[in-house]
Design a protein around this ligand. Structure first.
Ligand SMILES: NC(=O)c1ccc[n+]([C@@H]2O[C@H](COP(=O)([O-])OP(=O)(O)OC[C@H]3O[C@@H](n4cnc5c(N)ncnc54)[C@H](OP(=O)(O)O)[C@@H]3O)[C@@H](O)[C@H]2O)c1
Length: 284
């Protein structure tokens, strides 16, 4: 494990923010630090500080698929990225990205582990988070066809896709409120649209409909704090999630870049709206 050491000049770069009327130094505690070379350790140490002027995003499920591409996109746009995933020790692609970019911090987080969400929020309690990005999601697998439902699966799908984003939002609301951009974004799906549905995928569709309701509700509750809550569908994206689906798919990098643009353009009057990756409104 790397030793933490802060020079005077390091402290000059610590982002300061006002929370509860107090000026606080915004430091992240030691993040996931794999055994690495002195050069890599030096790069990792820099990630413990969100430098002045660099906006902060926290992303769930950022070890692969759209989440990984979002971590890459935000980092390349100059953001400080708190990239969370269930198994940092196995997140090879994300670790490689973090070695290249000292402003990516990897944190362990299973979104269904509510004490762990609270612990992470406690660790980051002094850091403003401009965009809280709930990306982690599961399909529930091939057990949701009428006549062969496996009902245990729906509990897991709801825990990850609905309760996960809700708990994350509750735990990190003060971080978002203390930020400049004040955005909470959930990656949803047009499969959650009651207007557009065409059958099958009962558990997954229901979970995305439910998270749409949860976030729409949250948008109303948080509007007077100027927090923008948004639902963005990523398009049909070439990830493990869509493996074997015989439809035209877009690369995860393209989806992430489009999501970035949509999130960048969000305004309070659009809070609670269901958007797609092109920024168009989708029907509930
Ligand atoms: N791909 C598409 O076409 C498409 C379309 C519409 C919506 N979406 C939505 O986009 C989001 C990302 O999907 P994707 O295509 O990138 O899928 P993916 O490649 O299967 O990646 C899913 C991610 O979620 C993580 N995850 C699963 N359960 C988790 C948990 N309990 N806690 C934390 N992380 C967890 C996975 O981590 P592990 O590696 O640890 O499993 C992985 O990082 C999902 O919300 C999905 O519903 C995707």
């Amino acid at each position: 494990m790397a030793q933490l050491s802060f020079t005077q000049s390091s402290f000059q770069h610590i982002r300061r923010l006002t929370m509860g009327g107090m000026m606080l130094a915004a430091l992240t505690a030691p993040a996931f630090l794999a055994a690495c070379s002195p050069e890599e350790e030096a790069a990792q140490e820099q990630t413990l500080i969100a430098p002045e002027g660099r906006p902060v995003v926290l992303i769930t499920g950022s070890n692969r698929g759209i989440g990984l591409a979002l971590a890459q996109e935000y980092a390349s746009q100059g953001w400080h990225v708190i990239a969370t995933c269930r198994k940092p020790e196995a997140a090879d692609a994300l670790q490689a990205l973090a070695v290249q970019n000292p402003h990516i911090v990897i944190e362990k987080l299973d979104v269904t582990d509510r004490p762990a969400v609270d612990a992470l929020a406690e660790k980051y309690k002094d850091m403003a988070i401009d965009v809280l990005l709930s990306n982690a999601g599961i399909s529930g697998g091939d057990v949701q066809t009428l006549g062969s439902f496996q009902y245990d699966a729906i509990d897991k799908v709801m825990a990850v896709n609905v309760i996960g984003p809700l708990k994350l939002a509750e735990a990190f609301v003060e971080n978002v409120a203390a930020s400049d951009q004040k955005k909470m974004v959930t990656i949803t799906s047009t499969q959650g649209s009651i207007t557009k549905t065409f059958g099958i995928s009962y558990f997954y569709r229901s979970s995305k409909t439910a998270v749409n309701m949860v976030m729409h509700n949250l948008a109303i509750d948080l509007k007077d704090r100027d927090i923008i809550v948004s639902l963005v569908s990523p398009g049909m994206v070439d990830t493990d999630f869509m493996k074997g689906v015989p439809l035209p798919l877009i690369p995860a990098e393209q989806s992430a870049s489009m999501i970035y643009q949509v999130v960048d353009g969000l305004t309070l009057d659009k809070s609670g709206v269901f958007l797609n990756h092109r920024g168009d409104e989708e029907p509930w």
